[in-house]
Ligand binder design. Structure first.
Ligand SMILES: Cc1ncc(C[n+]2csc(CCOP(=O)(O)OP(=O)(O)O)c2C)c(N)n1
Ligand SMILES: [Mg+2]
Length: 574
């Protein structure tokens, strides 16, 4: 090589660019996985990230990649990263970003974007859109990086915003031009920022701890409600010690199930209406008084006066719906540790109250037991769920993904959970479409088998990702509770024309064949026995499997357990 050629080569080695700085910044901060859909301008970023040792999983639709990133954040406490193209790809990912923010999951949506100069003059660039402005109201923070030298600080800001305090979704806008911007390799390296202690402990004030303990001591019928914030905290031992030392019945919200086993003697899951109505002091731990808890008032909560203690990392959460007698602002681990330290030789909860709750719970459990043995033909939900609850009992380490209406509500009640963060579902919005994204991220992030219990409608929102599941050979078993439609498959079109009713699907659809199309295992199960064999095989083999569980089309009810939220036509009632 000539001297001039050698000098050129040396100079090349000393340069870096936007592509490499993004990848280096992600790696420096411990990000290992990107949930991705390729295209201009981020195709090469995905390729290069894969070459650099990151796991880059390519999805069929950004919404599913986004939901995957959001639940990766929930499961790991590290921001899940979703990578998309500009305008339409960005918009497809945005629902998941908003979902992450609403559910308090740390996530970063990184989208490539078009040329700023053209976008701002609205001159019609390829996929033109002012993405930053659109993302802002839907996430916790939104940033744009214009200079390669700012990539390090930009990613650091995104990570800290996603993880600290109440976690949420963050948008990071990376214009196409940024990726090929060049700078000196050494200066580039120095520009990277490693985020130290992204989610610092937040210790509650001692006076707030004392106030809360005084309220708790005064209770005759106390109740602890564990929310998904308590599951997110990964303070499992502290939660367990606190609940057990308190001797107080606890009610787990959907994604907090398994934090303590649903079979724990203090679990009031099967006595929900009793404990909500009759309790006099309610301690919320990482649970918000939103619609899922009827805003802390009204019929569900009974007439007797109640006092609330609330543990939340977000001060603004206090008094959101009702007066909070004892606010405890801090992270769940720190707050419960402080309470434990202040409890001294705690006498335990009121025994007569615990006995009342236990009795109610045992009655309800006994009432349900025969239903799970149902051999009805066609299958009803309970017959199928009897099999699935046993499957989770035998594989308590498996992760359960759950969505649908009846398929959601009945599963939540039927399937006991035994370990923390094993149940992931529709969350705060009751959103359909999380299924396959959640399943993929759960398998990738935890290495555990995944069992998805899906309504046939719910599955349809992300069904194409079965190809992704097959492509990456993930240990995912999907059970579709197929009742031919939304809520039921029996609705009738009252117009007299030939269109089907608005809530019904093709009768006798064979979703199992979708899985076979991509080399996975498909099974059509018409009895609990067939379902049992197929689920056991899938969990044992780890092969991508889809079981079409044929359910009586008349079995469901409108909107599952939340039919009361449907507005009613005044005219219809006349
Ligand atoms: C994104 C989104 N779109 C629409 C809905 C309304 N929705 C609620 S449940 C549901 C599907 C219920 O049917 P299925 O999943 O088959 O469950 P089933 O009750 O039949 O068991 C729909 C469409 C929603 N929750 N989220
Ligand atoms: Mg259905």
């Amino acid at each position: 090589m000539s001297a001039a050629g050698q000098a050129d080569a040396n100079q090349e080695q000393e340069l870096t660019d936007g592509f490499h700085l993004v990848i280096d910044a992600l790696k420096l901060n411990g990000i290992k996985t990107i949930y991705n859909v390729p295209g201009i301008p981020i195709t090469d970023l995905g390729r290069m990230a894969q070459a650099a040792g990151l796991r880059v999983l390519s999805f069929r639709h950004e919404q599913n990649a986004g939901y995957a990133a959001s639940i990766a954040g929930f499961l790991t406490k590290q921001p899940g990263v979703c990578l998309t193209v500009s305008a339409p790809g960005f918009l497809n990912g945005l629902t998941a970003l908003a979902h992450a923010t609403t559910n308090c999951f740390p996530m970063i949506l990184i989208s490539g974007s078009s040329e700023r100069e053209i976008v701002d003059l609205q001159q019609g660039d390829y996929e033109e859109m002012d993405q930053l402005a659109i993302a802002k109201p839907l996430c916790k923070a939104a940033f744009r990086v214009l200079h390669a030298a700012d990539i390090g600080i930009g990613l650091a800001r995104a990570i800290r915003a996603a993880c600290s305090g109440r976690p949420g979704g963050v948008y990071l806008d990376l214009p196409a031009k940024l990726f090929s911007q060049v700078m000196g390799a050494e200066a580039g390296q120095k520009s990277l920022v490693k985020v130290i202690d992204a989610a610092p402990e937040q210790i509650p004030a001692p006076s707030a701890v004392k106030r809360a303990l005084d309220v708790l001591k005064s209770a005759r019928k106390p109740l602890i409600i564990l929310g998904k914030g308590a599951a997110y905290a990964q303070a499992d031992d502290v939660v367990k010690s606190f609940v057990e030392k308190s001797g107080i019945p606890f009610l787990p919200m959907s994604m907090a199930k398994g934090l303590l086993p649903d079979t724990h003697p203090q679990c009031a899951g099967a006595a929900r209406s009793t404990v909500l109505k009759d309790s006099d002091v309610v301690m919320l731990v990482g649970a918000r008084l939103n619609w899922l808890l009827s805003h802390g008032k009204g019929k569900t909560w009974g007439d007797a006066p109640k006092k609330f203690i609330q543990v939340d990392i977000e001060p603004k959460e206090m008094d959101s719906n009702v007066e909070i007698a004892a606010p405890l602002v801090g992270d769940v681990g720190s707050v419960l540790s402080a309470l434990l330290a202040g409890m001294g030789d705690w006498a335990g909860g009121p025994k007569d109250w615990m006995a009342t709750v236990s009795k109610k719970r045992e009655e309800n459990v006994a009432k349900m037991a025969p239903r799970f043995m149902s051999n009805a033909n066609p299958m009803d939900y309970y017959g199928a769920l009897g099999v699935l609850r046993q499957a989770i009992k035998e594989r308590p380490d498996a992760i359960l993904v759950n969505e649908g209406a009846n398929a959601l509500d009945l599963t939540r009640g039927a399937v006991d959970m035994y370990q923390p963060r094993k149940r992931i579902d529709v969350g705060t919005w009751g959103v359909m479409g999380i299924g396959m994204g959640y399943a993929i991220a759960a398998a990738v992030e935890t290495g555990k088998p995944v069992l998805c219990i899906e309504g046939d409608s719910a599955f349809g929102f992300s069904g194409m990702e079965v190809e992704t599941i097959c492509r990456y050979k993930l240990p995912v078993c999907i059970v579709i509770l197929n009742n031919d439609g939304i809520y039921r498959g029996t609705d009738v079109n009252k117009s007299g024309n030939d269109d089907p009713a608005t809530t019904v699907f093709v009768k006798g659809a064979r979703y199992d064949k979708m899985m076979e199309a991509f080399g996975g295992v498909g099974v059509n199960a018409t009895t609990p026995d067939e379902l049992r064999r197929a689920v056991n095989d899938a969990l044992a083999s780890g092969k991508p499997t889809l079981i079409n569980a044929v359910i009586d089309p008349a079995a469901g009810s409108e909107s599952g357990r939340i039919g009361n939220l449907n507005p009613q036509s005044v005219l219809k009632k006349k």
